[in-house]
Design a binder for this molecule. Structure first.
Ligand SMILES: [Zn+2]
Length: 566
C-alpha cells in the first residue's frame, strides 16, 4: 500500500491541472433532453442565501422529462408546500448527490412509492430516505417531470450537485456545456472609508463612483481624492446567451499596484454559511435600492469560505503622496472578463474638513458579541449573541398598537424573540389573536405565533414593526370543477381554490365517503387538487368532505355529493 502511494504521489504533483479538472468531467449528464439554458447560476446572490444550484429553463412549461444525471439510487424524497416543493435526491457511487427540485410529479415507480407514504401519514408534506436497494436508477432513466412546485417563480428545473459533505458545488465545474459570449456587466463601484479619519472626496460615508466603460469589458472609474483605509464594493451580474436573466459571476479578484488583495470564487459553499450573504453584500443599500453590492473586503463576523484575502483583508491603505491603482477583475464561468481600473489620488484633510458618518444614537446600544434583552411595557425583546454582525444603536419604541423593533435595513443572522403581554385579552379572544409583521405601507403579515399563558411570542430574523392582530374569519373554499350532484367520470382531478386573507392556510383534510384522500396544495395559485388516479373511489355516489384551517385555527367545511363511474 505504502509503495503504491509513493509511486502515485509524484505523478499527481507533476500534472499541472486546475482545481475544476480534478472533478469528474463526464460523469454527470444533463438532467433534461433539451439544450441547457440557465435562468440561474450557482452561488448567485439571492434573498438571504447563495443559490445552491443551476436553474435550467424548461421552455416556460412544466412536464418535461427529468432524467437521472448518473447511476445511483433515490436516497431522499421531500414534498413540501414551500422551498423545493417536490424534490428528489440521488446518491451516486462516487460520493456525490444530485438534487432535482420544483418537480411537477415523480416517475410512476417513485410516485407510487411516495403516494404510499403520503396515504400512510395522511399528509401531502412528507420526507423519506429510501434504502439503496429500494429505488435504484440508471443514468438517463426517467425519474420525474419538471414543474413549478414550492417556492418557484416560474417553470424550471433546479439542479444541484452536492459533495460527500453535502456542500453544494458549481455544476458547471463538472463539464456541462453552456453558451456565454458576453462579459460580466458592471453596474456600480462603491468605496467604504473605514474609521473616522479616512475619506473619499472629503466624505467618510459610502461613495458611489462613476464608472466609465472603455469597451471590450474594460472600465475606469472617475478620478477621486482619498486617504486612509478604504474598502471597495462592486455591483455586477452576468448575462448568458439565449436568456435575459441577470445571473451570478464565477470569480472576482482585486489587486492594488499589481499586488493581490482578494479573491472570491463561486465554486462551492456550505449551507451553514449561506446566510452570511447578508454580511457579504451591503445589506442596507440592497434594502433601499434593490441592488446587491458585493463588498470586496472581509469584515469581522464574515466566515464565508468563498473569500480568500491576502494580507489586508481586501482593504487598501492610502497614505500620503503615493499613487494607487486599484483593480477589480470579474469573470464568468466561460472566462469572459471585465476589468475595472480605479485610480486613487492621495490627499489628506483635517477631520473638520471631512463629512462624518451619520450615526443615529438611541438608548438601546447592542453589541454583536453579546446577547441583549429589553423590556418595554407590554413587550419583551431578546437578541442572542451573534445575531447582529456589528454593534448598533437600535431604534426600539412603542408604535400605536405595536412595537417598532429597529428597521429591516439592518440584517439579523439569528432569530430574535419578541414577546407580547396578552393578559388584557380574554382566554376566548386569545384563540384568534396572532402576531403580525407590519410593513411601512400598513400591510400585516402573519408570523408563526407561539402562545403560552399571558405571553405570545414570535421568533424572527427581520427587524421592523410587530403588532397583535385578530383573525375571526375562516378560510374561503371555492369549488373549481365541482358542482353538487355532478357526474365527474370524465374529470382527472377534483379542484378547489382555498384562501385565507389574514393568517394563510394552516391545514386541510379531505375525505370521500369517510376515507382520506390526498390533496396537493399550491400556495402560489391557491389550488387544492385531488387526482382521481389515486384510485380511492369505489362507489358511484360519493360524499366529499373538505375541512380547511387557517393559522389561528378558524375552520371552514365544504360538503357535497358527486357521481363517478369506475
Ligand atoms: Zn434554483
Amino acid at each position: 500500500m505504502r509503495f503504491i502511494f509513493l509511486l502515485l504521489l509524484p505523478l499527481f504533483l507533476c500534472s499541472p491541472v486546475k482545481a475544476q479538472e480534478d472533478l469528474p468531467q463526464d460523469y454527470f449528464s444533463s438532467p433534461l433532453e433539451i439544450p441547457l439554458i440557465l435562468s440561474g447560476t450557482f452561488a448567485e446572490l439571492r434573498s438571504n442565501h447563495f443559490h445552491s444550484g443551476l436553474d435550467i429553463k424548461t421552455h416556460q412549461k412544466t412536464g418535461l422529462n427529468v432524467l437521472a444525471s448518473a447511476e445511483g439510487y433515490v436516497s431522499r424524497i421531500k414534498v413540501s408546500h414551500f422551498g423545493y416543493g417536490k424534490a428528489l435526491y440521488i446518491q451516486h457511487p462516487n460520493g456525490y448527490t444530485t438534487v432535482y427540485a420544483h418537480l411537477k410529479k415523480f416517475s410512476p415507480a417513485i410516485q407510487a412509492y411516495i403516494r404510499k407514504v403520503q396515504y400512510a401519514k395522511e399528509s401531502y408534506e412528507v420526507e423519506v430516505f429510501p434504502n439503496a436497494n429500494e429505488l435504484p436508477v440508471t443514468q438517463n432513466e426517467l425519474i420525474a417531470y419538471s414543474g413549478n412546485s414550492g417556492g418557484s417563480g416560474g417553470p424550471h428545473l433546479h439542479f444541484e450537485i452536492r459533495d460527500a459533505a453535502a456542500s453544494p458545488m458549481n455544476p458547471l465545474d463538472f463539464g456541462f456545456k453552456i453558451e456565454d459570449n458576453s462579459h460580466p456587466l458592471i453596474e456600480g463601484v462603491f468605496v467604504y472609508p473605514q474609521g473616522e479619519n479616512s475619506h473619499v472626496n472629503q466624505n467618510n460615508n459610502r461613495q458611489k463612483l462613476r464608472v466609465i466603460p472603455l469597451g471590450n469589458g474594460n472600465y475606469i472609474t472617475e478620478n477621486f481624492e482619498a486617504y486612509g483605509t478604504l474598502g471597495f464594493g462592486v455591483s455586477t451580474v452576468d448575462r448568458l446567451d439565449f436568456a435575459p436573466n441577470k445571473n451570478g459571476v464565477y470569480q472576482i479578484k482585486t489587486s492594488v499596484n499589481g499586488n493581490k488583495l482578494m479573491q472570491i470564487d463561486f465554486k462551492k459553499f456550505s449551507f451553514s454559511e449561506s446566510r452570511y450573504i447578508n454580511r457579504f453584500i451591503d445589506y442596507a443599500y440592497y434594502k433601499n435600492e434593490r441592488n446587491r453590492v458585493q463588498k470586496l473586503f472581509k469584515e469581522d463576523n464574515n466566515p464565508l469560505s468563498i473569500i480568500t484575502t491576502y494580507g489586508e483583508k481586501g482593504f487598501v491603505n492610502v497614505q500620503d503622496s503615493l499613487d494607487y491603482n486599484y483593480t477589480i477583475e470579474v469573470k464568468d464561468f466561460k472566462g469572459n472578463t471585465s476589468t475595472i481600473k480605479v485610480p486613487i489620488i492621495s490627499k489628506t484633510f483635517s477631520l473638520e474638513e471631512i463629512t462624518p458618518k451619520k450615526i443615529d444614537s438611541t438608548a438601546y446600544f447592542a453589541k454583536a458579541g453579546q446577547a441583549i434583552a429589553f423590556d418595554e411595557d407590554g413587550f419583551d425583546i431578546y437578541i442572542p449573541k451573534g445575531a447582529l454582525y456589528e454593534d448598533a444603536y437600535l431604534d426600539i419604541q412603542k408604535d400605536g398598537e405595536g412595537i417598532k423593533v429597529h428597521h429591516d435595513s439592518t440584517p439579523l443572522h439569528k432569530n430574535m424573540t419578541i414577546g407580547f403581554d396578552v393578559s388584557n385579552y380574554t382566554v376566548k379572544d386569545r384563540e384568534q389573536l396572532y402576531v403580525a409583521r407590519m410593513t411601512d405601507w400598513g400591510a400585516a403579515y402573519y408570523v408563526d405565533t407561539y402562545k403560552k399563558n399571558n405571553r405570545f411570542s414570535v421568533s424572527t430574523k427581520t427587524f421592523g414593526k410587530y403588532e397583535l392582530k385578530q383573525d375571526s374569519v375562516g378560510p374561503k373554499i371555492t369549488p373549481i370543477n365541482f358542482r353538487e350532484k355532478r357526474w365527474m367520470s370524465s374529470e382527472n382531478e377534483l379542484i378547489f381554490k382555498i384562501e385565507d386573507e389574514l393568517t394563510n392556510i394552516g391545514g386541510y383534510r379531505a375525505t370521500i365517503n369517510g376515507k382520506f384522500i390526498l390533496m396537493e396544495y399550491d400556495y402560489k395559485t391557491d389550488r387544492l387538487v385531488y387526482y382521481f388516479e389515486d384510485d380511492i373511489i369505489k362507489e358511484t355516489e360519493n360524499k366529499l368532505k373538505l375541512i380547511v384551517l387557517d393559522n389561528v385555527g378558524n375552520s371552514t367545511t365544504f360538503e357535497g355529493t358527486f357521481f363517478r363511474k369506475n
